[in-house]
Write a protein that binds this ligand. Structure first.
Ligand code: ADE
Length: 236
């Protein structure tokens, strides 16, 4: 998978991909990240890429021309499955969307700054607008980083143990159950007996029950979805 990222601050996105799972995924060629700076497409002598908004109001807006020139160039080079704009007023990102994009070949992600980007880019280039949650951060780079990490780790072969993505929180609309490692007892705090029993059926049941219990308490909305999915599956 190739991800082209449009950003005036590529350095904000470098270190999360320079370590651990993401580093290995990139080194193994599962994903490629390419950064493109709109400043390189600015005709302004100071390489300015933002301006005051028409109609007045606080905050600068990223100008249409540098972004349009950059996106034209990328689109001339290859076909893209999607051009995504990270914005707090976009569609809410979730595990389902991460799964969907982990199967794509080429996507562009635009990171906004200031008040956002000129609406004409959204109208004429962007195919999907994505938010990482109901809060505002200072620019699209951290949102794009979250998006890329969640997507790349789902590309087959990225995780060592293929099954570990399957037991993540949200993968089947349930939060993840608790996990423990050695020692089996610390300061009198014991690991649940069932996990030491070697009875895999019992262990799976225990994990499912704990996941269900946690989801019921913290995210009952996810259970509604699971009930819907199961009734859809059973109907097939
Ligand atoms: N840019 C600023 N806040 C954002 C958010 N919550 N999601 C995506 N992009 C953003």
């Amino acid at each position: 998978m190739r991800i082209d990222i449009v950003t005036i601050l590529p350095q904000l996105m470098e270190s999360p991909f320079a370590d651990s799972i993401m580093k290995r995924a990139l080194e193994a060629g599962h994903a490629e990240l390419h950064f493109h700076n709109p400043r390189d497409y600015s005709r302004d002598k100071h390489k300015k890429v933002d301006d005051y908004q028409f109609g007045g109001g606080a905050g600068m807006v990223m100008q249409v021309e540098p972004l349009a020139l950059l996106l034209d160039e990328l689109k001339n080079e290859r076909d893209y499955d999607e051009i995504i704009y990270m914005t707090p007023d976009g569609e809410r990102f979730d595990q389902r969307m991460a799964n969907f994009y982990s199967q794509k070949e080429n996507i562009i992600i635009i990171c906004g700054h200031y008040k956002g980007i000129d609406e004409r880019i959204r109208e004429h280039y962007v195919t999907r607008e994505v938010s990482i949650g109901d809060f505002v951060i200072s620019g699209g780079e951290l949102a794009a980083t979250v998006f890329c990490d969640a997507v790349i780790r789902l590309i087959p072969g990225v995780l060592n143990d293929e099954t570990s993505a399957l037991t993540d929180s949200f993968q089947d609309d349930l939060l993840a159950p608790p996990v423990y490692t050695r020692p089996a007892e610390f300061r009198g705090w014991k690991v649940p007996d069932v996990l030491l029993s070697g009875n895999f059926k019992k262990i799976e049941e225990w994990r499912h029950d704990r996941a269900l219990e946690k989801t019921r308490l913290r995210r009952p909305d996810l259970l509604e979805r699971e009930i819907e999915n199961n009734s859809e599956k059973n109907a097939k």
